[in-house]
Design a protein around this ligand. Sequence first.
Ligand SMILES: Cc1cc2nc3c(=O)[nH]c(=O)nc-3n(C[C@H](O)[C@H](O)[C@H](O)COP(=O)(O)OP(=O)(O)OC[C@H]3O[C@@H](n4cnc5c(N)ncnc54)[C@H](O)[C@@H]3O)c2cc1C
Length: 453
Amino acid sequence: MRISAGTTVNIVGAGLAGALLAVLLARRGLAVTLYERRPDPRQSRPERGRSINLALAARGIRALERAGVMQRVRPLMIAMRGRMVHERSGPSALQPYGQREHEVIYSVGLADLNLVLIEEALRHPNVAVRFNQQCTGVDVGGNRLRLRDTVSGSGHELELAPAIATDGAGSAVRASLAAAGLVTVREQWLEHDYKELTIPPVAGRPALETHALHIWPRGGFMLIALPNTDASFTATLFLARSGAQSFADLDSGAAVAGFFASQFPDAVPLLPHLAAEFAQHPQGQLGTVHTAPWHLEGKVLLLGDAAHAIVPFHGQGMNAAFEDCRALDELLDRHQDWETLFAELERARRPNTEAIAQMALENYVEMRDTVLDARFVRLKGLGLALERRFPERFIPRYSMVMFHPEIPYAEALRRGALQAQLLDELDPGEAAGAAPDLARAERLIRERLPPIG
Ligand SMILES: Cc1cc2nc3c(=O)[nH]c(=O)nc-3n(C[C@H](O)[C@H](O)[C@H](O)COP(=O)(O)OP(=O)(O)OC[C@H]3O[C@@H](n4cnc5c(N)ncnc54)[C@H](O)[C@@H]3O)c2cc1C
C-alpha cells in the first residue's frame, strides 16, 4: 500500500518507542492510532517498584530532537558525568565517562518521559490514543489486529492497517506471530534478576552526589543508583536468581539486612525502607530477544524492545528503540510503500541491534567487576589519552556508543575490537613510571584504524 498524508497506521503500545514514533509519523501527516494496555498516565500514577529511571544518551537525544520534543524533555534530564565507584571500604571515586564538557549521559524518569511523549503525540489532531486496550495478537492472513478492553473485558478486532508493534520485551504481537510460525524468536534469559529500591533525599537534599551514576561493584553482582529530579535516587540491585549469594538466599528481612550490611555498608543508611521495599517490589527478569524477521508483508512491523530487547548494562535499550524510530522516519523520505519501508528498516537496523545486544552483555561484566581492576582503569586512561591525540581515528568504544550517534553500533563493535587489541599491545604495565610508547601507538593507529566516517 502507498504511504501518503492521511494514511492510517496502528501502533500497539504507547510506551517510549510507540509514543515517539506517533509524534514522528503525525508530523508527516499520517493518521496514527495507538493502542495501550495501561490506563491513561495523565490520570494515574505508575506501578510501584517499576518507576525506573533510565540513562538517556546521544542516540536517544538525536531522535527526540528530530521529533521536536527536546524542549519538553530537557527539564526531566539530570546530567551524569561519570561512574561513582563505591568500594566495600575506602573512599568512592568518580571515573568520568568522557573527556569533553558535553560527553555526559542523562538520568531521566521513564514514567515522566513517557507522559511527555504521549502528551506531545496528542498535540497532533491526527493522533488518537486508546488506553486500556490490550493487544491479544494479530492474524496476518486475515489482516486482523485483536484487542481486549481491560476495563470491560470484551474483545474486538480491527484491520491491521498496518500495525507497528512497540509493545515491549514481552510483545504479544511477537508471541502471536511466533505461535503462527511466521517469525522465529530466540530469548536468552540472564541468570541475574533485578530489584529497585529508593534512596530518599535527606533533609530535602540528595543523599549522594547528584551528577553521577553510582555503582557498588562486587564481582558477581552490583548495586547501582541513578538520580531523580525530586532529589531521590532509584537504586537497582542486580543479583543471581539462585545459588550462592542470590535472590533465593534473601528470603527474610534478616537475610536482606545482613547481605546489605556486609556488601554495601555505606548504602545501608541511605536505604531507610530497605526491608519493606525489598519485600514488596517485584523481582524483574532480564534478557536478550532475537527475532527474525521483524516484518511481514508490509502489514506488521516489530520495533524497539518488541523486536530486539537487550539487557540494560550499556543503558541503550531505549536509545536503540528511539534510534529505530528515527531510522524509520528517515527512510520514509525515500520509500513510499510499507513493505519496502519495513524491509529496508530491518536491513539497516538488524546488524546494529545485534551489535548493541552483544556490547550490553559485555558491559555487565565491566560494570560489576572490572571497573575495580587496576589494568582496566589503566587501559581506560590510555584510551582517553589516545583519543586526545588521534581524535579522528581513536574513540573509546564506550564513547562511540554513548556520545557518537553518527557511528553505527556495528561499527563501534568492529572498531572497538581493533582498539582493544591495540590497547593490549600498548599497555605499559604496572611498573611505576611506565608510560606507553606514543610513537609506536601512532604507527599502529595509522596502520590499523582508518579515519572515522
Ligand atoms: C532495569 C532496566 C534498566 C534499564 N535502563 C536503561 C537505560 O539506562 N537506558 C536505556 O536506554 N534503556 C534502559 N532500559 C531499557 C528500556 O527500558 C527499554 O529498552 C525501552 O523501554 C524500550 O522501549 P519500547 O517502547 O520498545 O518498550 P516499552 O517501553 O516496554 O513500552 C511498551 C509499551 O507497550 C505496552 N504494552 C505491552 N504489552 C501490550 C499489549 N499486549 N497491548 C497493548 N499495549 C501493550 C506497555 O504497557 C508499554 O507502554 C532498561 C530496562 C530495564 C528493565
